[in-house]
Design a binder for this molecule. Structure first.
Ligand code: ADP
Length: 403
């Protein structure tokens, strides 16, 4: 019988699907739905010609139905999946690892929606859709926050009245945990170590950006907080700001909901450059002398460098600094400009290795003089979700775990 794992990743207006072979964990198909809940919603699947037909304003559920039907009709999905893995953004303090979804888990994910109103409801709609499409298939939730549940109180508490934490759960939760934990496993493998004895600083730089100090395999500090707004400069999110800004802008007539929108969607690289949230385009603009783009990149790299320094406070030794995510994997300029700020700490990269990192399978870009290894490792969150779904589905049947 076919052993196929379906991975579902619902974003606020996107739906990413992937199929994996449950034994080898090789990806066999990927698909993307975009602009969902908008008139011009579209979807396609790699390897299937043309768009997948969607009704105007298609919801996540409608896109999921159309895309899985297309996967079945094309033969990419034979029969039903063995297990389905869902990315869930916020698991609060309830989930330290991936879990099989039952009513209780569903309820707990729903309760965390107040902490992630843009993400958890849409994650739940993906879960509900696959539960009704494939009623007898195990569904597994893999949380972005779970890996960070080992943060010590000194790293997760804000210096605000303790009752805010006790009564309302106000604390730093951290995100991108699926990617950071994958960086740990991959870095350890490349360094010939076990994950449990490996300490790294993992910088995930995509549209959202976060950095995590991993000490002996465990998340020890991270830059994102109660929400994914805190920390590094991102594509359109501000990252850290002075909370005093709220009152000041209020006095200037900026309403609370407007401020929320500005900090999440009009700030970061986009806000600084006034042009784009796309690092590749910014680098092009900067090369053509566009001053605001140059400055946007400089602020991005300087904030990142400050955080790399800050992450050192959680470690006793450092096995490697790791770059990942669309920017981390592809932008030699960002890596170079960031580490230029950190010469005092002894990071040094080899120019040529940095420019050609993709061609070197081990990902090392440090120079011979560098005090620490520096690695570029492609992230693969979907594969982690597939692995967890396969593992828990098999465990629920009482058989062996795949390799
Ligand atoms: P998401 O967080 O949405 O998954 P990605 O991890 O795909 O995003 O990262 C998207 C970012 O990666 C964009 O800013 C994009 O410009 C940047 N990026 C991709 N390729 C390059 C490149 N060659 N040089 C610089 N930036 C790049």
């Amino acid at each position: 019988m076919d052993n196929t794992i379906l991975v579902v990743n619902c974003g606020s207006s996107t739906l990413k699907l992937a199929l994996f072979d449950g034994n080898s964990l090789k990806c066999t198909a990927t698909g993307l739905g975009e602009r969902l809940n908008h008139d011009d919603a579209v979807a396609w699947i790699d390897g299937i010609e043309g768009d997948i037909r969607l009704p105007a304003g298609a919801t996540h559920r409608q896109a999921l139905e159309a895309m899985t039907r297309a996967l079945s009709d094309s033969g990419l999905l034979a029969g039903t999946p063995t297990a389905i893995g869902h990315r869930v953004v916020h698991g609060g303090e309830n989930f330290r690892e991936a879990v099989l979804i039952d009513n209780e888990v569903r309820q707990a994910i729903n309760e965390c929606a107040s902490l992630a109103p843009l993400h958890n409801p849409v994650n739940l709609s993906g879960i509900d859709s696959t539960l009704s499409l494939y009623p007898n298939v195990p569904n597994v939730a893999v949380f972005d926050t779970a890996y960070h549940q080992t943060l010590p109180p000194k790293a997760y508490l804000y210096a605000v009245p303790h009752s805010y934490y006790r009564d309302w759960g106000v604390r730093r939760y951290g995100f991108h945990g699926i990617s950071h934990s994958f960086m740990l496993t991959e870095a350890a493998r490349r360094l010939g170590k076990t994950p449990a004895t490996t300490s790294i600083i993992s910088a995930h730089l995509g549209n959202g950006c976060s950095i995590t100090a991993i000490r002996d395999g465990l998340s020890a500090d991270t830059s994102m907080g109660l929400t994914p707004l805190e920390g590094l400069v991102m594509g359109s999110r501000s990252g850290d700001i002075d909370p005093g800004l709220f009152d000041y802008l209020k006095s200037k007539g900026v309403a609370q909901d407007q401020l929320h929108h500005v900090l999440n969607h009009e700030s970061g690289l986009l806000g600084l450059s006034g042009q784009t949230n796309d690092m590749r385009k910014l680098c092009d603009l900067a090369e053509h002398g566009h001053e605001p783009s140059l400055i946007a990149i400089e602020v991005f790299c300087f904030r990142l460098a400050r955080y790399i320094g800050a992450m050192m406070a959680s470690l006793r030794h450092l096995d490697a600094l790791v770059f990942t995510g669309g920017i981390g994997e592809n932008s030699a300029r960002v890596r170079e400009q960031t580490l230029d700020n950190l010469q005092l700490l002894g990071f040094d990269i080899d120019d040529q290795l940095n420019r050609c990192s993709g061609e070197y399978s081990d990902g090392h870009i440090e120079s011979a003089e560098s005090k620490f290894p520096v690695l570029v490792i492609p992230t693969n969150e979907e594969r982690v979700i597939a692995r967890e779904a396969a593992r828990l589905a098999i465990a629920s049947n009482g058989s062996e775990t795949p390799g």
